[in-house]
Every structure is written in C-alpha cells, then in structure tokens.
Design a protein around this ligand. Structure first.
Ligand SMILES: C[S@@+](CC[C@H](N)C(=O)[O-])C[C@H]1O[C@@H](n2cnc3c(N)ncnc32)[C@H](O)[C@@H]1O
Length: 486
C-alpha cells in the first residue's frame, strides 16, 4: 500500500478533539445508563462500502486542495476527527489520496485536454478511469448518490469518462515535465543538476519510499530490535550505511511497531540519519542544532553523544521545538535543551559566539529531496518566498550560525534539497565571505560513506542511494585567526 507508512499516516498523534465536520456521520444510541456512539465502521456487520470510501477520499482531497499547509498536516487533522476508521479503510482512502497527489500534473493534463475544469471531483473521475481502469458501469455503481456515496455523474462527467476510457495515464503527447510531475519552477535547476539523469532521478522521486527507522542507541541495540521486528513477521533489514538504521519495505500500520511510543525507535530516513552522523558529535561536546525543527536530527545526535555534553536545539518555530522537547523526553535524553530564537540573528547567537564544537544548520529548503514522501510539496514550495528568497534566507542563517563555532570546531550545512543553488552554491558563497572556514572533504569527514554524488560533500539522491535527496557539507573553522578578505 503506497504511502501507508509515510508521515502522511503517522498514527502516533491522534489527540485532538472532534472537529465540526465528522466523517462518517455518527449515530448515538442510549442503552440503559451507557451511551454507545457508533458508525458504519464500528458495526461489525456494516462494512464501509467502496462508494463511501470514495466520498471520504474526495472530502479529504478537497481539504488538501483548499489548504495552504502541507497535505500531511491536513491528513493528520482529518484523521484526528475520524478515529473510528479502521486501519483497512484508512489505508484505502489514503492510498487513493496518494495516487491523486502523485499523478497531479498528469491528471491535470488530461482534464485540460478534454476541456474540463481542474477540480478534485474531476481528478477523482479521471484517476478512477485512467489509473484504476474502472468501466462506465462500475463508475455508475460508485457514483450512486446514495447515503455516504458520491452524487451521480453529470452528463458532462459521463462524457469525460467515456473519452478517457481505455487510455493510459501517460500519453505520448505529454511534455516530459508533466510525465515526470516536475513543476516549472524546479525544472531548469534540476535539469542542470542531473543532466542526462534528469528523467531517472525524477522517476525515482515518484516512487513511495520505504519506511526507515533509527534505533535509539540509548535504549536498545539494533540487532535486538531487528530480531524483535522479524519476530513479529516483519521484513526488517539493517540499513547498510546508517549503523542504527533499519528498513521495512512492506506496508504496515505504524501502530504495530513496538518502540515508537517508548522512544526506542524513531522514523527517520537513512539520508537524515547520515547527516546527523556527519556532525560527528562526541560525548562531552557542546553542540548546536540550529534549525532543529521537531528534532529528527537532534535526537540522533544526542544519542551519538551518549547523553553526555550539551546539545542545544534552536528554531524559530515554537510548535516544532515543543514537539522536539516531547520527543527528547520520550527518547530519554538528558543532554538536550531547546532554545526558541526570534530570528537567525537572535541575541542569543551573539552572546554564545565561538562557544560550540559542532553546529548543524539543517536549513529550511525547497524540500525537493523529499518529494517521494511529500508528493504535494512540489506544487507548493517554494512559491511563498520564491527560490531566490529561500536561498537568501539560507545564506543568512548559515552566516549567523557560523558565529557559534569555536576555533577548530565544525559547521555542518545540510538540506533535503536537490537544487545546486541551495547546496554547493550556498557553500561556495559562504566560503568566499568566511575564509576562516574550509571544507572537510567527505573522504576525511566520513571515510565510510562512499558513493556520494559529489567528491567533497554528502550528496544523496533517491535514484542512486535509495534515500531521500540530501546534501551536507562539513566546514571546519581554523584553530587560529585567518585574515579577512581585502
Ligand atoms: C529542514 S527543517 C529542520 C528539520 C529538522 N532538523 C529535522 O531533522 O527534523 C528547517 C527548520 O528551519 C527552521 N527555520 C526557518 N527559518 C529559520 C531561521 N531564520 N532561523 C532558525 N531556524 C529557522 C524551520 O522552522 C524548520 O524547523
């Protein structure tokens, strides 16, 4: 089931109260002193009909379409108010949503070709016909207008599906960028980056990722965790590059995974685990994770430090830092604390300049490397501020965070982006204005990491490495002062 184990389906956070719109509608029966709230899902004899699942998927895709926030946030909120949905129904609904998101450009192309408005309902009709090969009769049986079902097909909709009948989702007349779901804003830099491998790399970004886990070394050993997972009948394998990593190729409900709730296991892509290792934080070090977010890398770094030393997780987002603190508690961290910054130039930075052995800047970025897990991201980011605005912000963050590094210390700049201007370009610009820093080549910083797409930096892509796209550069501050450029 593609996507069933992606963050879209994180099942560990259903906490919120019921929202105003509830699906499916509930009925309440009072029996004696007890109130029974039930729905079609909870009545053993009444399973959810395929038509009702479609209606739910359409509701959800319409919510995602309207929202300005990422699809996974919309889905999490949607699921929180529908906790009675069984794993199976949830899987079917979310798979359908994923399919619609992963075929966004191609479905839009077909609608335009037949002069239809691009609406969630038209997309659904096009997907069911082109992607699932439903016949007109099957479609009529799904769009019945009955209780919980989609309203009947209009004449125009019926004509559309007749026109789409028998066609494949891809068409020879489709431009390559539509076929590869590559948005216009990213096509030129990605072509520049990948050259002849553009199509292969873009195709890899369309494949749903496996589920990578990191074993929290403070709580368990990977070998024991592997045995436990395999004992549950799961196809779990040790990751070859990340020493605490485990990969699960099969689909499963995250609720089945032991260790997620206790902080023994964390969901973390292998690429992200490798970036955290590249920081090379030692027990007793003073370390800053400057863009810590919800703490994915903070947790990995703290475990690497064996809970000794001091790790400060900074961010400008209070909500993410709160989540980071919760996860740190759950993971049993004693050496980590959070620090909310007003901006990258917060006074705290100036007060602590030249104080840290290691500083990680996991910069806000286009997220192009994560498109396989967040298929909707390509159609949103980074239009809010434009790529130029984003690159400028990264430069400001890197320059400010660099002040924290003590002489002889290291600064690691990382992104989950594939665009050169956010990666190599950013580092090159930084080095021009910061002559006291120099690149530590990857073969020196992490000799065990061979096969990077760049000789000096960690550069991972889904097609080459089977990870999300990640970039990381290790920069060392000279132990003695270096003359500033004239
Ligand atoms: C790529 S995410 C970090 C992901 C995180 N390190 C992890 O491994 O889970 C980038 C983070 O940068 C933060 N950020 C954005 N602007 C910032 C700024 N001016 N200063 C510091 N952090 C910033 C965002 O809030 C976001 O959490």
């Amino acid at each position: 089931m593609p996507g069933f184990q992606t963050p879209l389906l994180r099942v560990d956070t259903p906490t919120g109260p019921s929202g105003p719109s509830r699906w499916p509608p509930r009925r309440t029966l009072t029996k004696g002193a007890r109130t029974h709230v039930f729905s079609r899902f909870q009545l053993g004899c009444l399973t959810v009909t395929p038509a009702a699942r479609l209606q739910a998927a359409l509701d959800l895709i319409s919510d995602v379409d309207r929202a300005t926030r990422p699809a996974d946030a919309v889905i999490s909120a949607w699921l929180r108010t529908r906790r009675q949905i069984t794993d199976q129904d949830r899987g079917v609904i979310l798979d359908l949503l994923q399919a619609l998101l992963r075929h966004y450009a191609r479905l839009g192309w077909w609608l335009e070709r037949h002069g239809r408005r691009d609406t969630p309902r038209h997309r659904l009709i096009a997907w069911l016909t082109l992607g699932e090969g439903k016949t007109p009769d099957q479609m009529k049986r799904l769009f019945t207008g009955g209780k919980f079902a989609l309203s009947p097909l209009s004449e125009q909709e019926y004509t559309l599906l007749i026109k789409l009948q028998g066609a494949a989702i891809e068409h020879p007349a489709m431009p390559e960028e539509v076929r590869l779901e590559c948005p216009a804003w990213a096509a030129e830099p990605l072509r520049r980056r990948f050259g002849a491998d553009f199509a292969t790399e873009m195709a890899a970004l369309l494949v749903p990722p496996p589920l990578d886990l990191r074993v929290n070394a403070l709580k368990a050993e990977r070998a024991a965790m592997l045995r436990e997972l395999q004992g549950l009948g799961l196809q779990a394998e040790a990751l070859t590059r990340a020493p605490d990593g485990i990969r699960l190729e099969e689909r499963l409900s995250l609720a089945r995974l032991p260790g997620l709730k206790t902080g023994t296991l964390e969901i973390q892509d292998e690429g992200s685990q490798l970036v955290a290792r590249l920081v090379d934080a030692q027990p007793g070090d003073r370390v800053v994770d400057f863009c810590a977010g919800a703490g994915g890398k903070t947790l990995a770094i703290a475990a690497q430090m064996n809970n000794k030393g001091r790790l400060i997780a900074c961010d400008v987002s209070e909500g993410r830092l709160k989540r980071c603190a919760e996860r740190a508690r759950r993971a049993g961290l004693q050496n980590a604390e959070t620090r909310l910054l007003t901006s990258e130039t917060d006074r705290w930075v100036k007060r602590h300049k030249a104080s840290f052995d290691r500083v990680l800047v996991d910069a806000p970025c286009s997220g192009t490397g994560t498109w396989r897990r967040n298929p909707d991201a390509r159609w949103r980011a980074p239009e809010e501020q434009g790529l130029e605005g984003l690159v400028a912000l990264q430069g400001r963050i890197l320059a400010s965070a660099a002040r924290l590094v003590k002489p002889g210390g290291r600064l690691v700049y990382a992104t989950c982006a594939l665009l050169p201007e956010e990666n190599e370009g950013q580092v090159a610009a930084f080095l021009v204005t910061h002559p006291m820093f120099s690149v530590v080549p990857l073969c020196e910083a992490a000799p065990e990491l061979t096969g990077s797409a760049h000789p000096d930096y960690l550069s991972l892509t889904p097609a080459r490495h089977g990870t999300d796209g990640f970039f990381a550069a290790v920069l060392q501050r000279a132990a003695a002062p270096v003359d500033a450029p004239a």
